[in-house]
Design a protein around this ligand. Structure first.
Ligand SMILES: [Zn+2]
Length: 153
């Protein structure tokens, strides 16, 4: 009888979401890098193509890569098979100056909501109640929002 050993334990499914585009990346045995994703030091995950200051980032990345390889050489000189493997997710989160989320180049809807609540001294619960009292369905609400948007010009 053939038993497929370790099928489940060897391949781990992973799934990441780009916090800027909301695109979902899934695969087996994949890290962030395989999906073209990076993580900043504050934990934001996004597509590497969206980094800020691209030229500086390339330099920064080269330096990180070199340092990473130096460390590897010190630790185990025999194993140079993995020298091209550069793992962002655990060892090398990138500096926040390259992160569109940290620098407010991209502001998420939830951050905007928090800002509006703070700015206008509102609390979310009473806002929800207000909406529920004034409108019966989401369609009702969007009819009004859409009308007000077109009236603006
Ligand atoms: Zn960030």
């Amino acid at each position: 009888m053939k038993i497929r050993q370790g099928f489940v334990s060897n391949s781990s499914s992973s799934s990441f979401i780009c916090q800027i585009t909301n695109e979902i990346f899934t695969g087996y045995d994949c890290g962030l890098e395989e999906h073209g994703l990076v993580q900043c030091k504050k934990g934001h995950i996004f597509q590497e193509s969206l980094v800020l200051n691209e030229k500086e980032y390339e330099k920064y990345k080269d330096e990180l890569y070199e340092n990473n390889n130096k460390d590897d050489e010190d630790e185990d000189e025999d194993e140079d098979e993995d020298e091209d493997y550069f793992c962002y997710e655990t060892n090398n989160p990138i500096d926040t100056c390259f992160c569109p989320i940290c620098s407010l180049t991209h502001i998420s809807d939830s951050t905007i909501l928090n800002y509006v609540l703070f700015k206008h001294n509102l609390d979310k619960e009473s806002l929800i109640k207000e909406i529920q009292i004034d409108y019966k369905t989401l369609d009702d609400l969007y009819t009004v929002i859409a009308e007000e948007e077109t009236e603006e010009d």
